[in-house]
Design a protein around this ligand. Structure first.
Ligand code: ADP
Ligand code: MG
Length: 572
C-alpha cells in the first residue's frame, strides 16, 4: 500500500526538466542543437526521450550556428542548449550572430546557483551569465522558479520572433531543473503563444508616398535582402517585382527568392544598376557595409537617388542615407498593400531596362568560357563552373558557403532558383558557420546540402564532420583547398616559421571524413570534382571532397581587401 502511494505521488508531480520540455513542445519547437555537460546532460537526454530531435555537437559555436540558421529557415526560434560559463560563452558568439542577422534564436544555458554566483563564492563554472548576455542579444531572461517556466519560455519566443527577429538568452540555473510542483498546476502554468509575430502594417499615407516615389522613377532598382527571404511570402515578392517591371538585384542570401535566371534579375549588371539607378527600393536589406552604406562612386555620387525602404524596424530608416519613402512594416503586409495599388502599372522606360539587360547578357557571356575550363591544378572558376551546373540540375539542394575567394566567386557564379537555398556568412561575414549551418539545413529541410568551403573557413568547424557522420546527414562538404588563407604562398621573411596565412600544403581533409565512416574523395580536376559531388547528392551519404586548388589562385581577403589597413612604415 505504502509503495502504491509513493508511485501515485510522483505521478502527480512534475519538475523543471519536464516543464521546460513541455513548454517548448507546446510552442512547436521540436529540434534542439546541443552540447551535453553539467548541468544540462539529463535535460538533453530527456528531450530526446520525449521525442524531440536533439543533435549533439562537438562545440557550442557550431550548435549555436545551427540554431541561428534553423531560425532563419523556419521563422521559429532555433534553440541551442549549452552548459554553463565556457559553454555559454561559446554559444554566445552565435547568439550575437543571430541577432546581427535578425534571425530568431534562443540560447538556453545551464548556470550556477544565484546564492553562490552573486556573492562570488567560487562555484564550478561560476559566471553571471545573464549580465554577460544582455548587451549581446535582443533580450535576456532568467527563470528561478518552476512555476515561471511557462512565462519564461513564452517571453523568449515572443522576443525572438516579433518585430525585428533576434537572439534571446534564457538562463536556467541547475536547481530550477530539479524543482517539483503539482503536475496539474504545472500544466496550467504553461503558455501557448498566440500570434507570436503579429503583422505590422504601414499607414495609408506611407503607402501612397512610396507609390508616388516609385511611379516618378525613370531608372528604378529593387534590392532584395535576406529579410525578404525570411518573410516567406515568396509569391508576393515575385508578384510585386514583376508588376513593377524594375530590374532587381539580390543580396547573397536572397538569391533564388526569384530564380536567378529571371528576366529582370540584374545581378550580372550590379555595378551599372547601383551607379545609374535614380530610385532604389530596399526590401528587407540594410544599407550597411555590404552595400557600401549607399554611398560613394559605386553609387554614382555626387548624383543622389531617391530611396524607398521596407523594414520592420523603424530605427533602420535613415541609418545611412535619407529615406524618401519609409515603409515600416512586415514585408508580407506591406507588399500586399503596394500590389493592391499597382493595377495597370506602367513599366519603367525601355531604354533603362534594355540597357540593364544588355549589360547583364554581355557580362554573362564574358564569364562563360572561364567556367568551362578543365585546368589542373584547378582554379576557382573551373571548379565553380561544375558546381553551377550541379545546382542547376538539383534545384532543391541547399548551398552553404563560406571562405574569402571561395565565398566571393561562388556567390556570383552559382545561380539559385529557389528561395532560402543559399546560406552563408551573413551580415558579419563571419568564418566558422559552415558545419553548424549544414547540419541544421539538413535537419530542418531534409534536402541534400552541399557546403562550399574555403580550407581556412572549414577549419573553424571541421570537427563537426563527426556529427555529420554520426547523424548520417545528406551533406557533401567541398573544400576548396588552396593550402592557405587567401592563397597558399605566403612565407616568413625571417625564414623561421611557416608564413602566417599558409597551411600544411595539400592537407588530406578527405581522410577526416573517412575517419568517421563517411566518404572522402580527393579531386584534382573539375571532372573529378563534378563526379564526386554528383555521387554524393545521389547517395545522400556524408561526403567530403578535397578539391585541390592552385595555391597561387586567390586574392587577399577576396573582394573586401580594401577593408585591410595598410602600414605606411616601410619594410625592414
Ligand atoms: P541583407 O544582408 O540580405 O542585405 P539584412 O540582414 O541587411 O539583409 O537586412 C534584413 C532586414 O530585414 C533587417 O533590417 C530586418 O529588420 C528586416 N526584416 C526581417 N524580417 C522582416 C519582415 N518580416 N518584414 C520586414 N522586414 C524584415
Ligand atoms: Mg584557402
Amino acid at each position: 500500500m505504502a509503495n502504491d502511494q509513493s508511485t501515485e505521488t510522483t505521478q502527480d508531480l512534475t519538475d523543471g526538466f519536464h516543464l521546460l520540455i513541455d513548454a517548448l513542445k507546446l510552442n512547436g519547437i521540436e529540434n534542439i542543437y546541443h552540447v551535453p555537460g553539467i548541468p544540462v546532460t539529463d535535460l538533453g537526454r530527456m528531450m530526446q526521450a520525449e521525442g524531440m530531435r536533439v543533435v549533439s555537437f562537438r562545440h557550442e559555436s557550431n550548435a549555436g550556428n545551427a540554431a541561428a540558421i534553423a531560425g532563419y529557415l523556419t521563422k521559429k526560434p532555433g534553440v541551442c542548449l549549452t552548459v554553463s560559463a565556457p559553454g555559454f560563452l561559446n554559444g554566445l558568439v552565435s547568439l550575437s550572430h543571430a541577432t546581427t542577422n535578425c534571425w530568431p534564436m534562443i540560447l538556453i544555458s545551464g548556470s550556477s546557483e544565484r546564492e553562490i554566483v552573486d556573492l562570488q563564492k567560487g562555484d564550478y563554472e561560476e559566471m553571471d551569465q545573464l549580465a554577460v548576455a544582455k548587451p549581446l542579444c535582443k533580450a535576456a531572461y532568467r527563470i528561478l522558479h518552476a512555476e515561471d517556466i511557462g512565462v519564461g519560455v513564452a517571453r523568449a519566443i515572443r522576443a525572438a520572433v516579433s518585430g525585428r527577429p533576434g537572439g534571446v538568452y534564457l538562463d536556467v540555473p541547475a536547481s530550477l531543473l530539479g524543482q517539483t510542483m503539482e503536475a496539474a498546476k504545472g500544466a496550467q502554468s504553461l503558455i501557448e503563444v498566440v500570434d507570436p509575430a503579429p503583422a505590422q502594417l504601414p499607414g495609408p499615407k506611407a503607402i501612397d508616398r512610396a507609390i508616388d516615389v516609385l511611379k516618378g522613377a525613370k531608372k528604378p532598382l529593387i534590392i532584395l535582402g535576406k529579410g525578404a527571404a525570411y518573410a516567406q511570402c515568396d509569391g508576393l515578392v515575385k508578384d510585386f517585382v514583376e508588376k513593377s517591371g524594375a530590374p532587381y538585384i539580390a543580396m547573397s542570401m536572397a538569391k533564388g527568392l526569384l530564380p536567378d535566371d529571371h528576366a529582370q534579375y540584374a545581378g550580372a549588371a550590379r555595378s551599372l544598376v547601383l551607379k545609374e539607378s535614380d530610385c532604389v527600393m530596399l526590401i528587407g536589406a540594410r544599407l550597411n557595409w555590404l552595400l557600401s552604406h549607399g554611398k560613394g562612386k559605386q553609387w554614382g555620387e555626387p548624383f543622389t537617388k531617391k530611396f524607398i525602404h521596407i523594414d520592420i524596424d523603424p530605427k533602420e530608416m535613415d541609418s545611412n542615407q535619407p529615406i524618401d519613402a519609409p515603409l515600416v512594416g512586415d514585408i508580407e503586409s506591406t507588399l500586399g498593400l503596394l500590389v493592391d495599388k499597382m493595377d495597370g502599372w506602367s513599366k519603367p522606360p525601355a531604354d533603362w531596362t534594355d540597357a540593364v539587360q544588355a549589360k547583364s547578357a554581355s557580362n554573362v557571356e564574358r564569364m562563360a568560357p572561364k567556367l568551362m575550363n578543365n585546368n589542373v591544378p584547378m582554379d576557382f572558376h573551373g571548379a565553380l563552373g561544375r558546381l553551377k551546373s550541379i545546382f542547376k540540375d538539383n534545384p532543391d539542394a541547399i548551398l552553404v558557403n563560406e571562405g574569402a575567394n571561395t565565398l566571393d566567386f561562388a556567390r556570383s557564379v552559382i545561380d539559385m532558383s529557389k528561395p532560402r537555398k543559399r546560406l552563408d556568412v551573413g551580415t558579419w561575414g563571419v568564418m566558422g558557420i559552415g558545419m553548424g549551418t549544414a547540419v541544421a539545413a539538413a535537419v530542418e529541410t531534409g534536402q541534400p546540402v552541399v557546403c562550399v568551403e574555403g580550407d581556412s573557413a572549414f577549419g573553424f568547424s571541421g570537427m563537426e564532420v563527426e556529427t555529420i557522420c554520426r547523424y548520417n546527414l545528406p551533406i557533401c562538404v567541398v573544400i576548396f583547398n588552396n593550402s592557405g588563407i587567401y592563397r597558399g604562398t605566403d612565407t616568413d621573411p625571417t625564414g623561421r616559421d611557416p608564413g602566417t596565412t599558409v597551411f600544411v600544403p595539400e592537407a588530406k581533409y578527405d581522410m577526416m571524413m573517412q575517419a568517421f565512416g563517411g566518404e572522402g574523395v580527393l579531386a584534382r580536376s573539375p571532372d573529378d570534382l563534378e563526379r564526386a559531388v554528383r555521387d554524393a547528392i545521389k547517395s545522400g551519404k556524408p561526403t567530403l571532397v578535397n578539391a585541390i586548388i592552385d595555391p597561387q589562385a586567390g586574392t587577399e581577403s577576396g573582394r573586401i581587401g580594401n577593408l585591410n589597413p595598410q602600414s605606411v612604415v616601410s619594410k625592414k
